[in-house]
Design a protein around this ligand. Structure first.
Ligand SMILES: [Zn+2]
Length: 435
């Protein structure tokens, strides 16, 4: 059971715990064929290459994150792909410049020298792009480090994003394979977060992986998000932190947008619910590492607005149902137990902790402390105490709310809460002939 902002009460029963990818369209293919049939006419090839780069630049904006503004801090390179911005000083990236590399990628004035084959083996877009004859370096290129043996490509991405993305192909190759294994043998003691990716890495690798059609990179990081933004109650109960360890609460907005970008609906119910727990910053969004402002799409803001109201109501109803004054089957002294249940129900609105749980949408937090406080003398019989306990009605209600999350958040998810253990305990707590 995840909690946010470190909030989490202890529980004795707790088990402690796409791709609408940018396909190279037919016109690109046609253009490529035309180039082949034209032999090696440099001028035509160069024009075609630049047009392809331009098209990818346009697609970049097509797949921009919902709500992501174009107010990039760094001047985006002209998407004609032909030249650096006049007067711009290019700098080698200190980390991702391999002297024996054969491909120079230029983004936001930063040059990365990497290995063409590593990219083309994973990225259909880079494969297409680099299969075309490369433009001959013109005057504008002379101040960078490209050479006849090094293709040079200008991209409209930010250097921050590109750096994260390229790491997945160089020293990061092992990294993204690793994040789905080592990091998840998590216990309370294993909170050092060494192996956990931060939001900027996850976001950049998914966005650029999507743009350049690197399925393995995208899937790896989506799988990472799925470990936290789960789609079944059993997994929900096992997750010990609400957000990935190196994410900030505001990054929930980014997670929703990544789910939208990749069509990963299963992430949305929990990610949107998590957004509902944000304050006014929900509308403000956040600045990405490269200065880009990222906000929720308007439709998702509305979903949060409506979803928060639904979830608050559901939390109230759940509390009412947990403490309703129907005694348990086999109750030892029904009159006394019924009286306690009525007191539990009546005093809910006077209990600040319980009310705060409802306001904060902590629908799965333990309410046993409240029971113990109201019924300090333990007038409830053992059977009724068990019934209102965490393995009793509390469990029923939190499972019910989790099951309804997609509906409350206004999204449709196939196989939501399937394969969980929601159906394995069908205990009838109340007596059929209860008072
Ligand atoms: Zn009883």
């Amino acid at each position: 059971m995840p909690s946010d902002s470190g909030y989490r009460s202890t529980s004795t029963t707790r088990r402690d715990k796409r791709n609408t990818a940018l396909s190279a369209d037919s016109s690109t293919k046609a253009e490529e064929s035309a180039i082949s049939s034209n032999g090696t006419q440099t001028r035509d090839a160069s024009d075609a290459f630049n047009k392809l780069i331009k098209r990818i630049g346009q697609k970049d904006s097509d797949v921009d994150m919902p709500g992501a503004s174009s107010s990039r801090r760094s001047a985006s390179l002209s998407d004609d792909g032909s030249a650096a911005i006049p007067g711009q000083t290019l700098q080698r990236d200190p980390e991702l410049w391999f002297e024996d590399g054969n491909l120079v990628l230029v983004a936001g004035g930063v040059q990365f020298c990497v290995y063409k084959g590593l990219l083309t083996s994973q990225s259909a877009v880079f494969k297409d792009m680099l299969s075309l004859p490369q433009p001959i370096s013109d005057e504008a290129e002379t101040h960078d480090d490209s050479s006849p043996s090094r293709a040079s490509v200008h991209l409209s991405d930010s250097p921050e994003d590109l750096r994260h993305f390229l790491r997945a192909f160089t020293n990061g190759k092992l990294r993204y394979a690793m994040i789905n294994t080592v990091a998840f043998h998590r216990t309370v003691a294993n909170t050092e977060q060494r192996d956990e990716p931060g939001f900027n890495e996850v976001s950049a690798c998914i966005r650029l992986g999507h743009k350049y059609q690197c399925e393995a990179v995208v899937q790896s990081y989506i799988d990472y998000l799925k470990k936290y933004y789960v789609d079944n109650f059993g997994a929900w109960w096992d997750v010990t932190t609400f957000d990935p360890p190196r994410f900030l609460p505001i990054h929930r907005i980014g997670t929703v947008n990544l789910a939208r970008l990749t069509g990963t609906a299963s992430l949305l119910p929990v990610a949107l619910m998590a957004c509902c727990k944000l304050g006014p910053e929900l509308g403000d969004g956040f600045a990405r590492e490269d200065g880009t402002l990222e906000t929720l799409a308007y439709a998702d803001v509305v979903r949060c607005f409506v979803g928060k109201a639904r979830l608050t109501e559901a939390c109230f109803v759940a509390v009412h149902r947990v403490f309703r004054d129907v005694v348990a089957g086999g109750c030892q002294h029904p009159a006394a137990c019924k009286g306690v249940l009525q007191r539990l129900l009546q005093q809910v609105i006077e209990n600040e902790e319980l009310m705060e749980d409802i306001r904060a949408l902590h629908f799965d937090d333990a309410k046993t402390g409240y029971v113990d406080a109201v019924d300090a003398a333990r007038a409830l019989c053992a059977r009724c105490y068990e019934m209102v306990g965490e393995a009793g009605r509390q469990d029923e209600q939190r499972r019910e709310i989790f099951r309804r999350l997609p509906e409350m958040m206004g999204v449709e998810v196939e196989n939501w809460d399937a394969g969980g253990d929601a159906e394995d305990e069908d205990i009838k707590w109340e007596s059929e002939d209860a008072l």
